[in-house]
Design a protein around this ligand. Sequence first.
Ligand code: MG
Length: 391
Amino acid sequence: MSTPHTAPVTDSRLAPWASCPRRSRGRRLPEAADPGRNDFQRDRDRIVHSTAFRRLVYKTQVFLNHEGDLFRTRLTHSLEVAQIGRSIARALQLHEDLVEAISLAHDLGHTPFGHAGQDALNEALRAHEPDGQGFEHNLQSLRVVDELEEQYPGFSGLNLCFETREGILKHCSRANALRLDAAEPGGVGRRFLDQTRPSLEAQLCNVADEIAYNAHDIDDGLRSGLLELSALCELPLFGRYHAEVSQAYPGLHGRRLVFEVNRRLLSTQIHDVLAATRAALAEAHITSADAVRCAPVLVCFSAGMAVEVQTMKRFLREHLYRHPQVMETTGLARQVIHTLFQAYLEQPGWLPEPLRARPRSTRVVADYLAGMTDRFALREHQRITGLRLFE
Ligand code: MG
C-alpha cells in the first residue's frame, strides 16, 4: 500500500533563489528551534492562532458582512490569496510555508469597513497630529504581529521571522520607513529607504493578492447585482473567456457560467505569472535569494497581461467600488469611524477598562478602532450615539 506524500518542504525542493528558514535573518527575540516545524511553518501557525486572524471573518472586503453570507470577507480573501500564492510558489519552487504565512497575515491590520474605514482613520489621526504617522494598513498589520497580539508570556506580538515581517510590510511611506528604521536599524523599514526588493515569496504574495481580489470582486459584484454580466463581457480578458465557455457549453448560465469563466481567468493569470517570472529570473541572471533584492521586481505579469489586469481594475473601480450603493455604505462607515475616534479621545470612559488606564493617546484609540470588526464598530456606534445604522 502506498503512503501519501507528506514530506515537508526540504531545501532540495527549493530553487536557489527561494527563501530558506535555515538562512533566515531570525526573530527579534531569539527562540529555540521547533523539533517538528521549520520557522516559516511556525510563523504560519502563530498567525492562524492569533486573535487578529479570527477577527478577519467579520471584516469587510467590499460588501459589509451583514449584506449577505456569501460575499468575501477579509478571512476568505486571505485564504484565497494563500491558495493562489502556494500554487505559484510550488511551481516556482519557492517556499510555500513563507508564502502562506505572509498571505494569511497580509490583511491583519485592516480596519473595519475596508478602505473607507482606513481612509477615515487616517484622516482622523492626521487631523490630530499632522506630523504623525497617520494610518497605513500595511504598517498596522506589522504592528499587530510585532506588538498588539497578547498571547505569549515572554513577549508582545508574535515574534515572527524577519522574512514574514518583511512580506507583511508590503508598502510603507518614506516618513514611516524612517521611523521604523530608527527603531530597528537595518530592519524591515530599510528596503523602502534603499529602494531594494523583498524576497520572491513576498513579491509573490502581492501578485496573488491582486489576482484574488480581481477575481472575487467580479464574482461578488455579479452576485450582488451591482455588476452586469454584459458590461463585464466588454472587458477583453473576461469577454474572451465568457465567449470560450459559452461556445464550449452552449446554454450554460448563472452561477456555473460565472464560476467557469472566473476559473479560467484565474488559471490564465497564474500561468502568465509563472512564465513571466521564469523569464524575468533568467533575464536578470538570478542565482541566489540575495541577488533578488537588488534586481527589479521579478514576480510579475507579462506586459500584455499587466495591461489587461489594469483595465480590469479600472473597470472594478468605476463600476463596483464607486457604485452609488457601495459609496453610500462607505459614507456611513466613515461616519462611524470618525464618531468613535472622537468619542474615545474626548471621553475615555467609553473605552474598555484596560485601555482607560493607559495614557490617553491617539495611537491607543487608533489601535483599538483598527482591531474592531464591522459589527462590533456598529454596536459601539449605537451604544455611544443611540443611532442604528445599516438596518
Ligand atoms: Mg489583500
